[in-house]
Design a protein. Structure first.
Length: 378
């Protein structure tokens, strides 16, 4: 019996395929062709893309639940969908013709980076861009690459509202060199390699702003600010991985006896209590995250989400991630040496959980950033 079953959201056939091919994907350091076709056939890379582009146009909570369910099947699979789908919010920020060219194809998926590690020199008709960006998850199967750059003129940064002017560039795959640098203990199949562009020409119409742009498309998702959106989507993967670890760990302990005793580890009250605490910890995080997502979406449907509502989503994302990591730490000592078996499913879930939890969008400092108003006087 499963406490929670993600197959109701992504299908039993998909779960079977993903778990059967997860070890192969880890060895390849990339999602398998079967996994990628399953994603493309179901339109999951276009989860946020408007229907008039052939996308699913999901609401925020539905998207988060999809990523969680996919990560429950396998961490890298869920992360790959989440990151690939995340680029869909750029459809409302790119110029309309560019957006259609990028997102209309069935297999459309973006890889890239939000770090402004490139320089885009203004030239007639566009920009000359050079730069190298780390951790471009999904780079091997991307149909478009996007990355933030510092805009320059005559080699000098152009002033923006808060420092140098930052703009995102949409690159063709042929303009990008992929450096196979991803060698992490977990989330190995995400193929989060470095990407590099060298003196590539980017037409003006393939430039856009992630943080300052006004969406031209009326879809509700484009009214959710990108920072809080990124925090929530990133966090949604961790409860799925944690639930996979708890489910698999409980099954493992039910079949293995305690050292020097007649019972299985799963029959011990202290073991069951620890798993119950871990499960409640994950449930608290994911419930808070989904509640906050619903509140943000309700306000976005009629305008712009309020600052307090967005702050709650940010806090919920940080808490859901921290709760998932805490749940893993509660049960890991009970599962024991099985977590060190590199080819094992439990080991992969444990390593994936630790690796995903290090993402910059989930830093513990986010709690401090959002709790600041509590300490203000007046």
């Amino acid at each position: 019996m499963r406490w929670w079953d993600g197959s109701s959201l992504i299908g039993t056939e998909t779960v079977a395929l993903v778990r059967e091919e997860a070890y192969e994907a880890e060895q390849r350091c990339a999602l398998t062709p079967g996994m990628l076709e399953a994603i493309t056939a179901r339109g999951w890379f276009k989860a946020w893309v408007p229907r008039d582009f052939g996308g699913l146009e999901l609401d925020l909570e539905a998207g988060l639940r999809l990523f969680e369910a996919a990560a429950w099947a396998d961490g890298s699979f869920g992360w790959g969908i989440m990151i690939g789908a995340g680029g869909g919010v750029f459809a409302g920020l790119m110029r309309e013709a560019t957006a259609h060219a990028v997102f209309d194809p069935r297999e459309a998926v973006i890889a890239g980076s939000g770090v402004p590690a490139g320089r885009a020199e203004r030239v007639p008709g566009g920009f000359r861009v050079s730069g190298r960006w780390r951790w471009a998850s999904g780079a091997p199967w991307a149909t478009t690459f996007t990355a933030n750059c510092v805009v320059t003129e005559g080699g000098e940064p152009v002033p923006g509202n808060n420092g140098p002017l930052i703009r995102a560039m949409a690159f063709e795959p042929g303009q990008v060199r992929i450096h196979e640098t991803w060698d992490s203990p977990g989330m190995r199949a995400t193929a989060s390699h470095d990407m590099e562009v060298s003196d590539a020409f980017v037409p003006e119409e393939r430039m856009f702003s992630v943080f300052e742009g006004e969406p031209w498309h009326p879809a509700t998702i484009f009214r959710v600010p990108f920072v809080e959106f990124a925090e929530a989507t990133t966090a949604s993967v961790l409860p799925g991985i944690a639930l996979h670890l708890l489910e698999g760990g409980a099954s493992y302990l039910a079949e293995h006896g305690e050292y020097g005793g007649a019972r299985s580890m799963g029959e011990r009250e202290d073991v069951r209590a620890r798993f119950g605490e871990a499960l409640a910890t994950v449930e608290a995080g994911r419930t808070l995250l989904f509640d906050a997502a619903r509140a943000v979406w309700k306000e976005a449907e009629s305008g712009s989400p309020g600052l307090e509502t967005l702050a709650r989503l940010s806090l919920a994302a940080s808490f859901a991630a921290a709760a998932s990591l805490r749940a893993g730490q509660l049960v890991a000592p009970l599962i024991g040496m099985e977590l060190n078996r590199q080819a094992g499913e439990l080991s992969r879930a444990w390593r994936d959980l630790q690796t995903a939890g290090q993402h910059g969008a989930l830093r513990p400092t986010n709690f401090a950033n959002r709790s600041g108003p509590l300490f203000e006087r007046g």
